[in-house]
Ligand binder design. Sequence first.
Ligand SMILES: Cc1cc2nc3c(=O)[nH]c(=O)nc-3n(C[C@H](O)[C@H](O)[C@H](O)COP(=O)(O)O)c2cc1C
Ligand code: SF4
Length: 444
Amino acid sequence: MGNELLEKYVLFRHRDVEDIHKIDGYTANDGYTALKKALETMKPEDVTNVVKNAGLRGRGGAGFPAGVKWSFIPKDIFPKYIVVNADESEPGTFKDREIMTYNPHQLIEGIIMCAYAVGAETAYIYGRGEFRTLFLGRLQEAVDEAYAKGFLGKNILGSDFSMDLYLHLGAGAYICGEETALLNSLEGLMGQPRSRPPFPAVEGLYAKPTVINNVETLTNVPPIVANGADWYHQFGTERSPGTKIFSLSGRVNKPGNYELPLGTPIRYLIEECGGGVIDGKAVKGILPAGASSAIVGPEALDVTMDYEAMAAAGTMLGSASFIIMDETVDAVWAAEKNVKFFKHESCGKCSPCREGSFWLTSVYRKLREGRGSKKDVEMLETIINQMEGNCFCLLGEFTVPGVRTSLALFRDEYEALARNGDEMAQPDHNLVLAEQMLNSQSKV
Ligand SMILES: Cc1cc2nc3c(=O)[nH]c(=O)nc-3n(C[C@H](O)[C@H](O)[C@H](O)COP(=O)(O)O)c2cc1C
Ligand code: SF4
């Protein structure tokens, strides 16, 4: 169930082919033939060009074209690095771990081709700390198998190209999925973001040119190189080509990962793949990009899941982690949960995020404990207005859309929780202080 729109899986090939996680199973099913083609018949820039022409967009959230990113890497600076972002900490996202567990060689083959394309000899897969078992088990086994068969190491497949691939685990922090914090963590520094520019393509790992791509992005590369850019364009829309893995969770009958062409309507994901909403309840809200999402209501069910249509609907595709709220879900409870996540994961480097997420959780707690007033509901707006555009990195900015859209869509639930008029509520001196502090805050 879930791939009726695809004849065969492009990324989740393990669902069609047994044992593809083992190197013999992978090579028996065309595995590493794209790499052979690239090394034997293509120049490095040809590989970049085919990825560029395919229109492959980064699957880590921003949707930046992968081939364009690779073309930014300077040719004359050495060494250069590939860093694979396998942090996958966005609530509701659980696609990369399925690739790494069940189809790891397709990812490894994609990494080798990316390294060949940009002239890098060292690559790292950076995973969050919770992936310890996966990294010490399945994924490491696949890397060892690739070395043993000559797909990694010196003179790959008898060519002049050599490279090494290492697995690295962080300690488990959402901010370490942000590419510059990830680089700091990989270098052994505190996982806090760096200023950009310089961008990692110019000054990345150890201040050298670095490509950072998501696991799913690079897993697309072998089939693109094997079959060509036109083949890839048969899936998806003109500006969002290809297939995408949608992680579906929340109040649906069959949560899970579903690989579908980009441009498939949200309704298809929920009803055909997810078996509809539990107990046939109505959809109340959809978070298409996990906790970072602007929430959209049921009127968005026929919006197509591609970068452009989701933005036009007032939200974003992000890493495509669709969390479904039904009519039984308490909207204020749900928003509070997200805000607590952001407060917990704030790295503390800048005050709009560190303080803003703290005060948001305080106001939510007050409201949910029945101690709030309408003024507190307005305070939520004041806080997010102060945070928006002032945070050092996107983690802080991601806190805002969920609160703003929750307030807009479910205002009645907030007001029902708030006390009836300011005069009934005791002044909360902490919140008065927060308001003063936020009003006097300068831009970071
Ligand atoms: C707070 C935060 C968390 C992020 N977490 C991830 C993550 O877990 N995995 C990921 O691939 N990208 C994540 N990103 C996006 C990365 O910064 C970066 O854009 C991405 O790895 C680039 O790869 P792509 O071009 O293949 O999408 C995150 C960004 C932010 C701001
Ligand atoms: S917005 Fe500021 S405090 Fe929040 S994670 Fe980014 S740098 Fe850290």
